[in-house]
Design a protein around this ligand. Structure first.
Ligand SMILES: Cc1cc2nc3c(=O)[nH]c(=O)nc-3n(C[C@H](O)[C@H](O)[C@H](O)COP(=O)(O)O)c2cc1C
Length: 214
């Protein structure tokens, strides 16, 4: 069963394996075969430099500046309830009390460290090429990428949170002025027994989202 992986062994996924993952993902469908996705792998010193800037930003309370709204604001009530449930369940699983501000800040900072992954994919589209459907194509590509990773015993966690600092993305990713970044995907070999990786999120029962008409 797939689930988000947020702690990695530190072993680097070799370049030939990365290439076969990305090639496999590129078989994702897209409307009219437009293939609007752009994928950038950041690793090595470039990633370490980016991580330092992200953490500094987070620790100094840098204001978020998202370039696209992921969802309605405020969240619709049902979504809000699920999001709150998830947050509570994950913190409880990690043994962090709601009042423990220090541990909660450390927990939040994990996003801005890219969960200490050694390799992070960034998914983007050209700023002058996208429409709403493009995001759907990119979602399919993202899921294909996730499947390719898991097929090889790798794990990952999609991240919207780190889209908060687009200036840092353009600072550390050369020639990205014309890109709208959608998501980060830290990936690697899972630390299987790490507490963050043993968490299993809930799902709605089938009848809440599926029906048959005949
Ligand atoms: C578009 C998208 C953005 C996400 N952003 C974050 C994020 O910023 N930080 C994080 O820890 N998880 C993030 N997640 C992971 C979700 O929290 C996770 O998929 C959800 O809780 C279901 O859990 P599972 O992936 O383990 O099944 C994101 C997932 C998606 C699809």
């Amino acid at each position: 069963m797939r689930k988000s992986i947020r702690a990695f062994t530190g072993e680097i996924v070799p370049a030939d394996v990365v290439q076969s993952i990305v090639l496999g993902a590129s078989r994702a469908p897209s409307s009219k075969n437009t293939q609007p996705w752009k994928l950038i792998l950041v690793q090595g010193q470039a990633l370490e430099n980016m991580r330092v800037d992200y953490l500094t930003g987070f620790n100094n309370g840098k204001a978020p500046s998202f370039e696209y709204a992921y969802s309605k604001d405020p969240l619709p009530e049902t979504f809000k309830t699920r999001a709150i449930d998830l947050g509570k369940a994950f913190l409880t699983h990690k043994g962090i009390g709601r009042e423990d501000k220090e541990k909660r800040k450390e927990h939040d900072s994990q996003n801005y460290r890219f969960f200490d992954a050694k390799q992070v994919f960034f998914l983007a589209v050209n700023r002058d090429e996208y429409g709403q459907g493009t995001f759907l194509d990119c979602g399919l590509f993202l899921q294909a990428l996730i499947n390719e990773l898991y097929k090889r015993g790798l794990g990952c966690c999609p991240q919207y949170s780190v889209m908060a600092y687009p200036d840092l993305l353009s600072k550390h990713i050369p020639h990205s002025e014309n890109l709208l970044f959608l998501l980060a995907l830290p990936f690697g070999y899972p630390q299987v027994n790490h507490v963050v990786n043993t968490f299993v999120s809930k799902r709605e029962p089938l009848e809440n989202f599926f029906r048959v008409v005949e």
